[in-house]
Design a protein around this ligand. Structure first.
Ligand code: NAD
Ligand code: WQD
Length: 338
């Protein structure tokens, strides 16, 4: 397949581009580079020895996107493009809704015009809100009591895709609900390159280990979890990337929503210790108040992806820490000095 990756220069997009190329597919990456660097895809080309076609376009500008894609062929789409910082979405709700929703509307129109029916969408476990069960299955309620515009935008986009599929029965869409993506390609050549202070745990820990930040703030140690710190289901980004390849291959008319997670929970302190083991460095931390909007524990029931597609994670949290450390050590400023 020749696959259009919107947001293809980003963290998950670049790793998925690599997985697609390695499984014999072709890649067209479309990105406005608002939160990424062109260098990530140069490195994907270097790692695979294959070419990535690149289109620079802002998906919220429908006319410009249409023009940029003139003459560019593709027969499936993976839609990563969007804004993803939870806190920023609370401060800038209209920007988040406009970017995330407008981009998707443009893309769906474009797909229909061209008769491209296969779509994989980057959704998130955030659509489940505060979980009602220890492990979250796809049948869990969605879009109830969400605490931020980012999460709402994902739930709304899932609804938009469902409505599009209703009106256009050939559409074969999969919403992949990611749990917590972490790690990097084992080469350390591509990885997560957050702009400014990282919001997410693992890139923050990595920057403390490499000496770029002084200490980690652990947000709360009074949750009802074994050590009191928040528990999450961390999934290695290469497992996640391979999940996209499998989802594309299995997409059939209609809409499916499928969790991509490991089924294992790890606490903040367990992540800190795993990173210390992987890096051989100490990660100083202090216990701080809970972060607004956080919940105690979020763990996937990943059994649907296994029974339907034969997909499961094969990499551990230790693997993710080792690979994130390889990336962090050899690129302490991310792609900035590339
Ligand atoms: P990222 O920011 O690295 O990638 C998103 C990419 O989209 C960036 O390259 C950015 O430049 C591009 N982009 C943003 N607005 C655009 C626009 N208007 N037009 C064209 N390109 C645009 O983020 P990521 O971590 O790779 O996330 C990819 C997707 O997965 C996002 O939709 C995100 O919401 C979703 N997701 C991420 C996580 C996570 O923890 N990383 C978890 C669940 C879901
Ligand atoms: C993990 C744990 C924090 C930073 C977010 C989004 C979610 C998805 C993934 C996009 C929590 C704790 C964190 C720090 C800490 N993204 N923590 N100190 O919040 O589970 O999920 O990213 O879709 O939608 O909400 O991930 O990495 O921010 O936090 O103690 O400096 O680490 O409290 O328990 P989260 P995270």
């Amino acid at each position: 397949m020749r696959v259009l990756l919107t947001g293809g220069a980003g963290y998950i997009g670049s790793h998925t581009a690599l997985a697609l190329l390695e499984s014999g597919n072709e890649v067209v990456a479309l990105d406005d580079l608002s939160n990424s660097s062109r260098e990530s895809l140069h490195r994907v080309e270097e790692l695979t020895g294959k070419t990535v076609d690149f289109v620079e376009a802002d998906l919220t500008d429908a006319a410009a996107t249409r023009q940029s894609l003139e003459g560019v062929e593709f027969d499936a789409v993976i839609h990563f493009a969007g804004l993803k910082a939870v806190g920023e979405s609370v401060a800038q709700p209209t920007r988040y809704y406009r970017t995330n929703i407008d981009s998707t509307l443009t893309l769906l129109d474009l797909m229909r015009e061209r008769g491209v029916t296969r779509l994989v969408f980057s959704s998130s476990a955030t659509v489940y809100g505060d979980p009602l069960t220890d492990r979250i299955a796809e049948t869990h309620q969605v879009g109830v009591g969400l605490t931020n515009p980012y999460g709402w935008s994902k739930a709304m986009i899932e609804q938009i895709i469902a409505d599009a599929a209703h009106a256009w029965p050939e559409l074969a869409a999969v919403n992949l609900r990611y749990f917590n993506p972490v790690g990097a390609h084992p080469s350390g050549r591509i990885g997560e390159d957050p702009d400014g202070i990282p919001n997410n745990l693992m890139p923050f820990v990595a920057q403390v280990a490499v000496g770029r930040r002084e200490r980690l703030s652990v947000f709360g140690d009074d949750y009802p979890t074994p050590d009191g710190t928040g528990v999450r289901d961390y999934i290695h980004v290469m497992d996640l990337a391979e999940g996209h390849v499998v989802a594309l291959e299995h997409a059939k008319p209609g809409v499916r929503s499928v969790n991509l997670g490991s089924g294992e929970g790890s606490s903040v302190l367990e992540v800190v210790r795993a990173f210390e083991r992987a890096s051989g460095r100490e990660v100083p931390f202090s216990i701080e108040p809970r972060r607004a909007g956080d919940v105690a524990s979020v763990i996937a029931d990943p059994s649907l992806a296994l029974s339907e597609w034969g997909w499961r994670t094969t990499r551990s949290l230790d693997d993710a820490c080792r690979d994130a450390w390889a990336w962090q050590q050899s690129n302490p400023q991310g792609y900035a000095n590339a």
